[in-house]
Design a binder for this molecule. Structure first.
Ligand code: NCD
Ligand code: ZN
Ligand code: ZN
Ligand code: ZN
Length: 390
């Protein structure tokens, strides 16, 4: 088949280091099937499926199930993330080695949604990870500083009566874990950076030679706590939407490389878990099908990144961080390619109900956005074409 691509941009297939696919446990909100479709339509050829499923992905049986299910669906490589600890908020290290050597060959271990608050546990995980050559991803929240927290601590949250979630909850644990990673000579990946202070901590740690990488979500690049005024829990997310000055510094840090890449933190939720009062609503928002457009809006239209830079933050760096040898790079002669074709000038209007995910919790409902994914190829085979899964 010949793909007419005049005026379009050809990029290496996108890699998402941070996707919640909800299988097993919450198949009413997303499955590996529907999440893979959303990923392919969003231009992704590989996603890392977060470990906070039910049951938690803390053993080889579950990670292998997730890996095999992804291969059966065949729309995107689904790399399971293993939990650092046994169970949610576990106090015991999971068998990282067993998962790293299982069929799924787990490359990333995360506490996402599972907080490694104990510094000794984190130190052991980091030391263990160097021997296995895997990366520990940190959810970047000191849970003891966010008890009852509901929104970015500041004037807006105070006015609305929401308990504040301080920037220091993120910055203090990122600083701690950067120091522990340097001590253990381990690789640390910081999930969903949301404050300008965290960017400063990362710059400081990188300057000292810490093997730390970091991601920022599309929503933290674009949205701010001004959204609180709508009272709509679609805007409730971990970490919370911060200030305009934070978002501005995050965009600059991404352009500069202090923040390495964009990750969606795609977090599907059921209607009954979102259409409720703010305090009861689950945190998280959809991201796979809107990520490219938000990056185009915040980074390309503003001149902060060119399309070469988009390839770096959406594909090359995440593939390197996640240890994927077959993603995020130009193809060699005769090798089946992972590619994404984007029409940079086309625009589209976001409709949650039309997205491939079972859940519809997009904060971009009704927004007109630039950048349309026109084709995605996984190992030379079309997985999405003109808004339809192949
Ligand atoms: C995540 C989820 O829904 O699993 N939610 C979110 O707001 N990012 C978990 C988490 O990271 O807290
Ligand atoms: Zn998280
Ligand atoms: Zn956590
Ligand atoms: Zn997450």
């Amino acid at each position: 088949e010949i793909i007419e691509a005049g005026g379009q941009v050809l990029l290496p297939g996108f890699v998402d280091l941070h996707t919640h696919l909800r299988e097993p446990g919450r198949e009413d909100t997303e499955t590996i099937d529907t999440g893979s479709a959303a990923a392919a339509l969003g231009g992704y050829t590989a996603v890392f499926a977060m470990a906070n499923t039910d049951p938690v992905a803390d053993n080889a049986v579950i990670v292998d199930h997730v890996w095999r299910r992804g291969q059966e669906v065949g729309l995107v490589d689904v790399h399971p993330v293993g939990a650092v600890t046994v169970g949610l908020k576990g106090e015991k290290l999971a068998e990282l080695g067993t998962m790293a050597n299982s069929q799924a060959r787990v490359k990333v271990f995360s506490d996402d949604g599972l907080c490694v608050a104990d510094p000794l546990l984190m130190r052991r995980a980091l030391e263990y990870s160097t021997a296995l050559d895997v990366v520990i991803a940190q959810h970047a929240e000191e849970p003891r500083l966010t008890v009852g927290a509901q929104a970015h601590e500041g004037e807006r949250a105070a006015r609305l009566g929401y308990t504040g979630w301080p920037a220091a909850a993120e910055e203090s644990i990122v600083a701690r874990d950067c120091l522990l990673a340097l001590h253990a000579n381990a690789r640390l990946h910081v999930c969903h950076v949301s404050t300008s202070g965290t960017a400063d901590v990362l710059r400081w740690a990188k300057d000292r030679g810490t093997k730390v990488s970091a991601e920022v979500t599309p929503h933290h690049l674009l949205l701010t706590d001004e959204r609180l005024a709508t009272y709509d829990p679609v805007n409730k997310v971990n970490p919370p939407l911060r200030t305009e000055s934070d978002a501005e510094k995050l965009r600059a840090a991404l352009a500069e490389g202090v923040i390495d890449c964009v990750a969606t933190d795609h977090a599907p939720h059921a209607v009954q878990d979102k259409d409720t009062e703010w305090s009861a609503a689950r945190p998280g928002m959809l991201g796979l099908q809107t990520a490219l457009s938000i990056v185009a809006e915040t980074m390309v239209r503003t001149g902060l990144l060119d399309w070469r830079g988009v390839a770096r933050v959406m594909s090359e760096r995440p593939a390197e961080i996640g240890n994927l040898a077959d993603q995020g790079r130009p193809i060699e002669a005769g090798e089946p390619a992972n590619l994404t074709l984007v029409d940079p000038d086309a625009e589209w209007t976001v409709r949650g109900a039309e997205l491939a995910s079972i859940a519809a919790n997009t904060p971009y409902e009704g927004m007109r956005l630039p950048g349309v994914v026109t084709a995605t190829l996984l190992r030379g085979r079309l997985t999405a074409r003109d808004g339809k899964v192949c």
